[in-house]
Design a protein around this ligand. Structure first.
Ligand code: FAD
Ligand code: SIN
Length: 538
């Protein structure tokens, strides 16, 4: 199979990029691959909304820039922050033109919400299901483009580079080039190679590496692992954001239900099991301090009081107002016996967002030629050591747009003859010597072990001994899984395990390199911030 533009992922980053290149190059083929259903993405679950300076009377680019820099704790790239904040407003207007609807006041102005770390009301939202609405609008717009092929249930295994032509490729090889990908078509169980002029990785986050996460099951860090295997640059993986308020439901495994930060923006108060509003003891901004601070405060309260959760108190809200803004949360709580007007909501932190990832420049280019990355899998420099709430959807759209600007020319200059000869030269996937898996337990048990060790040793608070232990256990899981991979027919489950082990290794390695505490990375052996401010490049 050949295509002009190849996009891995059907979340906000992938779909935005696809729409733009398809619009500008109607004679080119745009192929989107996604590993499960088209809409099963982190994007779909976004609740709070998208940050943007839409009210110039009360807000300004400077304030949004400043809030982002403060949350990032000294590690943001100021130039990138300015780009995202300033260009973001046009991207928001674009998605509105494509059909996304955000809540409005009776006078027609946008209803703007507030979340932790924001000095102003600037979060556009669609009730408490903003991501679902944006994903819907994008998928509808995609259907109207005849030159886009969206193929679901296709699991991308690896990026094709010179390595697959028989050359030795190392981290110091200059001009590593991406020719396309190998993909497992889950409907036919066949592995195909796809050759592309431009490949865009929009493969999302990696929350599934942890036992408790707000991310759906697709978030296994596949893109980051693929780029690392292809010897591309990865950075700042130690900065894993834990959302302070995931619903605490004992016994529920997999994805945790999020209680959006917008609830605190509207006045929700965190209380410990003694009923104390504890946030004032940690930060002057109380419940609306940046996420790293709130999550650490909750973690501390849970440890001090010996409980597995704290509470979010919304009993003082008007029921009508709560239901108007948060209908989904209201229904979810009611379904498990919590009437928010009478009961406090039990909440605990959960892995939520990866601030680091595939290192990209201001045009979303990775260190590998013809390979671009946008959205949560990329590390652009916007978030630094801690992402400001609701900046992620904005970042994804800004860099999808910038990648589009940069890559239309690349696809136009590629020749059909060039693609034909690459297709000939690149070998088919080699499955010789592999047999069908005999026992799924070899995979499922390793996944459990991985999640447990990452949650217990590499969570909100870290230390050197925990990181050392985590790495020792990862070494063993890595050796066992590689041996299994060499002798087994590939499956999504096995590949995801392999990718999650790589991602976990990168998180631990990044954490070991950082001899300080900054933003989301807190190591009790190095509790202070270092004078030297640097990214961790792996
Ligand atoms: P995703 O939307 O996650 O899409 C990833 C895509 O890649 C999927 O289609 C997946 O199938 C595909 N994929 C991955 N691996 C492979 C593979 N091997 N082969 C083929 N396809 C693959 N951010 C905000 O700004 N505001 C919010 O209010 C907000 N709320 C959030 C609430 C929740 C519960 C969560 C989980 C996140 C929230 N975020 C929010 C973060 C934000 O939603 C994500 O960072 C963003 O949506 C990521 O978009 P993306 O396009 O990069 O990836
Ligand atoms: C939330 O709604 O609290 C999540 C917002 C985000 O992750 O940016």
């Amino acid at each position: 199979m050949k295509t002009d533009f190849l996009i891995i992922g059907s979340g906000i980053a992938g779909l935005t990029y696809a729409l733009k290149v398809a619009q500008d190059c109607p004679d080119k083929i745009v192929t989107i691959l996604t590993k499960t259903q088209s809409d099963e993405t982190n994007t779909k679950y976004a609740q709070g909304g998208i940050a943007g300076v839409m009210d110039a009377n009360n807000d300004s680019f400077e304030k949004h820039i400043e809030d982002t820099l403060i949350a990032g704790d000294g590690l943001c790239n100021r130039e990138i922050v300015e780009i995202v904040v300033r260009e973001g407003v046009d991207r928001i207007k674009e998605i509105i033109d494509w059909g996304a609807q955000f809540d409005k006041e009776p006078d027609g102005d946008f209803k703007l919400g507030k979340e932790g770390g924001h000095s102003e009301f600037r979060i556009l939202h669609h009730k408490d299901v903003t991501g679902m609405e944006m994903e819907r609008a994008l998928l509808e717009a995609i259907k109207r483009k005849p030159n886009i092929r969206l193929v679901s249930h296709c699991f991308v295994l690896d990026i094709i580079t010179q390595h697959h032509l028989g050359y030795l490729v190392t981290k110091s090889t200059p001009d590593i080039e991406c020719y396309g990908v190998y993909v497992l078509d889950l409907s036919s169980s066949k592995i195909e190679k796809i050759i592309a002029s431009v490949t865009m990785l929009a493969s999302g986050g990696n929350g599934q590496v942890y036992r408790t996460t707000t991310n759906p099951s697709i978030a296994t860090g596949d893109g980051v692992a693929m780029v690392y295997r292809a010897k591309g640059r990865i950075e700042n993986m130690e900065f894993i954001q834990f959302h302070p308020t995931a619903l605490y439901e004992p016994g529920v495994r997999g994805q945790s239900f999020l209680i959006t930060e917008a609830v605190r923006g509207d006045g929700g108060i965190l209380r410990n099991n003694l009923g104390e509003a504890f946030m004032e003891r940690y930060d002057a901004r109380k419940d609306l301090a940046p996420r790293d601070i709130v999550a650490r405060a909750i973690d501390n309260e849970m440890k001090v009081t010996g409980t597995e959760h704290v509470y979010l108190d919304c009993r003082h809200f008007s029921k009508e107002k709560f239901i108007e803004h948060f209908p989904n949360i209201y229904e979810k709580c009611l379904s498990i016996g919590i009437d928010i007007t009478q009961h406090m909501i039990p909440v605990a932190p959960a892995a939520h967002y990866s601030c680091g990832g595939i290192k990209t420049d201001e045009w979303a280019a990775t260190s590998i030629k013809n390979l671009y990355a946008a959205g949560e899998c990329a590390s652009t420099g916007l978030h630094g050591a801690n992402r400001l709430a609701s900046n992620s959807l904005l970042e994804a759209m800004v860099f999808a747009h910038r990648a589009y600007k940069k890559t239309v020319a690349l696809a136009s200059s590629a020749t059909t003859a060039g693609q034909e000869s690459l297709h000939e030269a690149i070998p088919d996937w080699n499955a010789s010597g592999t047999t069908s898996p005999k026992e799924m337990i070899l995979i499922t048990q390793s996944v459990k072990e991985l999640k447990l060790l990452m949650s217990d040793y590499v969570g909100i608070v870290r230390n050197n001994e925990r990181l050392y232990r985590a790495m020792k256990r990862l070494d063993l899981l890595y050796a066992e899984t590689e041996a299994l991979y060499q002798r087994t027919v590939v499956s999504p489950q096995l590949c995801e395990l392999r990718n999650m082990i790589t991602v976990a290794y990168l998180i631990v390695k990044g954490a070991e390199f950082r001899h300080e505490s900054r933003g989301l990375h807190f190591n009790t052996d190095y509790p202070e911030k270092s004078m030297i401010v640097q990214n961790t490049i792996l």
